[in-house]
Design a protein around this ligand. Structure first.
Ligand code: M6R
Length: 361
């Protein structure tokens, strides 16, 4: 049932080229984005996204996409905060809930708070028969198949794919993405499963590095723009399965506090594809190297060419247009956490104190 893998998590990481292709197929028709359940974004003035854990991190990525592709303002909340804050929900707001299980108690309670106030309740779920799906006006499936490992992997990647498809669709509905751009984005989406497959090729290097990373008591993850939520995801994955303390930070925030932690014993993992924010990320990386921090740079070939000096290790990823990097960089976040956990000998699929589905608040 683990298809020859040691853990469900490994199996689920390796399934991603197929599960991603499946969801992209379900959300596209020819050159167009056509979600399986229709929703018109033209009348929405703001999106409130609410979720927990990894699903919440997917929402932070989605904020970058909705704001840039559809010029729609997005608020992202942790469900346990949103539900008790009793914030205003406008009648033209779309309330969007993301949940793999569709049963997370706080997310469900947040949905019930928004019901009757928002223009519509939209959910992005893996389990189609779940409570969250049933109580939504529009329930959009992520089609990742059953996810057994407590650490969410393929569900995260498929949540991202659906949220990107919705952001593109919102851009189309709002007249900001024309047919040519839509076709270009759809072609880019269709190329992603192959790139994820190539990215999985870094696994041996992750395994080799894991032994040294497993010695650390604290690890910092840094990124800018949509690589900031990926840094959060890398840190969340690592702490939940390896029990190593990890923090994800927006690289530009480093000098506002966390840089005080940096010394030669702290590995710092930097997600920095060669995009418009690359130079800024590199200058933050140099700040930590000047304090003897041990940097693992995750970038593409062009990034590696320009910024490898003084770096401890480089992981080279396939190059892809900036809009797609969050989906691709989920792979190193997962593989590093997985191999560090294996090196530490923890129970990867059933980490202590955690449940797959959190149905109590
Ligand atoms: O089922 P949900 O997506 O609502 O679950 C939300 C979180 O509990 C979940 O993503 C959790 O953070 C994962 N264990 C992270 O890997």
């Amino acid at each position: 049932e683990k298809a020859g893998h040691r853990h469900f998590m490994a199996k689920e990481i390796h399934e991603q080229p197929q599960t991603l292709a499946q969801v992209i197929d379900a959300y596209t028709e020819g050159d167009r984005i056509v979600p399986p359940v229709a929703y018109d974004w033209a009348a929405t003035d703001r999106v409130q996204m609410v979720a927990c854990g990894t699903a919440h991190i997917a929402c932070i990525v989605a904020k970058y996409w909705f704001e840039s592709l559809a010029r729609l303002p997005v608020d992202v909340d942790i469900a346990s905060e949103y539900r008790y804050r009793e914030g205003p929900v406008g009648t033209d707001n779309t309330a969007l809930f993301v949940s793999q299980s569709g049963e997370t108690a706080d997310t469900l309670a947040a949905l019930r708070y928004a019901r009757g106030k928002a223009r519509a309740i939209v959910s992005v779920v893996n389990v189609a028969e779940s409570s969250i799906a049933r109580e939504s006006d529009v329930a959009l499936p992520i089609l990742a198949g059953v996810e057994v490992g407590v650490a969410s992997t393929k569900a995260f990647v498929n949540q991202l794919a659906v949220l990107l498809a919705l952001a593109i669709r919102a851009g189309v509905d709002r007249g900001l993405v024309d047919a040519a751009r839509e076709a270009e984005l759809v072609a880019g989406l269709r190329a992603l499963p192959g790139l994820v497959s190539t990215a999985l090729g870094i696994e041996d290097r992750c395994e080799a590095l894991a032994h040294e990373l497993a010695e650390a008591s604290d690890i910092l993850f840094l990124g800018r723009g949509p690589m900031y939520p990926l840094a959060l995801e890398g840190a969340l994955k690592l702490k939940e399965i390896s029990y190593i303390h990890a923090e994800g930070y927006a690289a530009g925030e480093l000098k506002h506090g966390p840089i005080a932690l940096v010394d030669q014993s702290m590995p710092i993992i930097v997600f920095a594809p060669k995009d418009g924010l690359f130079d800024k990320a590199v200058s933050n990386m140099q700040e930590v190297m000047a304090r003897e921090g041990k940097v693992l740079l995750v970038t593409d070939a062009r990034g590696a060419e320009t910024a490898s000096d003084g770096v401890w290790q480089v992981l080279s990823m396939p190059a892809v247009a900036p809009v797609f990097t969050p989906i691709l960089y989920a792979v190193p976040a997962q593989l590093l956490a997985y191999h560090v956990a294996v090196a530490k000998g923890t129970d990867v699929d059933q980490p202590r104190n955690l449940a797959k589905s959190v149905t109590v608040e």
